[in-house]
Design a protein around this ligand. Sequence first.
Ligand code: FES
Length: 68
Amino acid sequence: MIVCLCHRVSDRDIAAAVQAGTRCFDVLQDDLRVASSCGCCHDCAREVFDSALACHAGTSSSDTVQTP
Ligand code: FES
């Protein structure tokens, strides 16, 4: 699904960015330019980003801080 028409950013692009380590929406905007022109996609992009983060957190234990 295309999320940002201005920059042709898809939900898969956003998920891939999260997989690659993006944890901040501002960084996502800098990297993919999503929601950086007309802004119409901002809310949708944010939802997709938050969902991808939640999904990644649920499947990855590498970000978990291990305490002895
Ligand atoms: S649709 Fe994403 S900035 Fe315009």
